[in-house]
Design a protein around this ligand. Structure first.
Ligand SMILES: Cc1ncc(COP(=O)(O)O)c(C=O)c1O
Length: 380
């Protein structure tokens, strides 16, 4: 089987893991964690970073840090992985689901401005969602597949309403927006994932990045059980969300190759785009002119649900892993009653997407086989 996206662990991973064993630093303190945080902070754009156990726990801690709490609403594009919405739910809050634009698959800033202008009002310094009476507490843009959202527009709107911004940049480490690194786009906090299928992995892991030292200290505090110094005093209900030194050891070895891996991902997607975009019934992933994404996952968009399913089957028959894509949040049973705008883009595209093999170790001959199988399927 040619897999969809598997980790590439051919660097110094074993050497660094061996060091963890020899030094007995295997848990949530250790030199690799400090090193990993520095590497992530630098790659995100000279910010500060706190490593977490997963991207999801990083998102949860970030939302708590900016003040999201019980019964609040957080503006979120529906076209995202379930973890973005789950992190909001862990706060006792709900997502307020907006659609994405067709040109970028990221949060639509025009819709954001319109919704805030027409669906909210200000009451005693609180922004209230008129239909539900709930406080609107934050905006969470998602850098879909590693493509930054239109952050100049989004942060301007958020500032107008005094709303903090937590960016779900899960797969966007290495991406740029108007030449700025993905952690420097005006969000108060940006969260990355280092899950096994990401461009660089720590086995499992996340990182929260930001520039405000006090806010970052709060994130660190929250993820470390809100412990006060070395006494067993804890000043609030915190979380055990820290990354382990073992995970960070893998993460450091991977971060050494971030640029190389992002380059390979972009090359893989470019080739798919060049040879497949003129096939009838096939279109390619969007490329807004404001950003250069990481191209975390490669894929194509088929003309309809049926042709997407037929292609996936054809690829499977040829031992090629090809998968469906995220079912949007407004269609998930837990969030079906969350406030939501109409979702013409999310509802229409998700089921037509076919993701294609794009591991950084993908051989040329393997990509050729994928392309030929798609061509044959198209002819049939
Ligand atoms: C958009 C998005 N947000 C959040 C996450 C959650 O990250 P993790 O799996 O590290 O918890 C992912 C992971 O795939 C993701 O793609």
């Amino acid at each position: 089987m040619i897999p969809l996206a598997v980790p590439n662990l051919t660097g110094r991973e074993s050497e660094y893991l061996q060091q963890c064993i020899e030094t007995t630093f295997v848990s949530s303190v250790g030199p690799f964690i400090t090193r990993f945080e520095k590497m992530v902070a630098e790659a995100a754009g000279d910010s500060l970073a706190v490593a977490t156990s997963t991207g999801t726990t990083g998102l949860h801690a970030a939302l708590v840090a900016v003040g999201v709490g019980q019964n609040d609403l957080v503006l979120l594009p529906s076209f995202t992985f379930i973890a973005s919405a789950n992190a909001i739910a862990y706060c006792g809050a709900s997502p307020w689901l907006l659609d994405v634009t067709e040109e970028s698959w990221t949060l639509d800033p025009v819709l954001l401005a319109k919704q805030l202008a027409t669906e909210t009002n200000q009451k005693n310094d609180r922004l209230i969602h008129k239909a539900t009476g709930r406080r609107v507490a934050a905006v969470m843009p998602v850098y879909t597949l590693g493509m930054p959202a239109d952050m100049d527009a989004i942060t301007k709107i958020a500032n107008d309403y005094n709303l903090p911004v937590v960016a779900d940049g899960a797969a966007a480490l290495g991406a740029t927006y108007k030449k700025y690194s993905s952690g420097k786009l005006g969000a108060d906090l940006t969260v990355y994932s280092f899950n096994g299928n990401k461009i660089v992995t720590a086995g499992g892991g996340g990182a929260v990045v930001g520039e405000n030292p006090e806010l970052m200290e709060l994130v660190r505090h929250l993820t470390t059980t809100a412990k006060v110094e070395e006494t067993y005093h804890h000043d609030r209900v915190g979380f055990n969300y820290r990354m382990t030194n073992i995970a960070a050891a893998v993460g450091c070895a991977q971060m050494e190759r971030l640029k190389e891996f992002v380059g390979v991902k972009r090359k893989i997607q470019k080739l798919y785009n060049e040879v497949l975009e003129n096939l009838p019934g096939v279109s390619i992933f969007p490329q807004p002119d404001w950003a250069e994404g990481t191209r975390w996952l490669s894929g194509i968009i088929m003309a309809n649900v049926e042709s997407a399913e037929i292609l996936r089957c054809k690829l499977k028959e040829n031992s090629i892993d090809a998968r469906p894509f995220w079912k949007p949040i407004h269609l998930q049973p837990m969030f079906i009653n969350s406030p939501a705008t109409a979702q013409p883009v999310s509802s229409e595209i998700w089921s037509r997407i076919v993701t294609l093999p794009c591991s950084t170790g993908l051989k040329e001959s393997e990509q050729t086989k994928v392309i030929e199988t798609i061509r044959n399927s198209s002819r049939e």
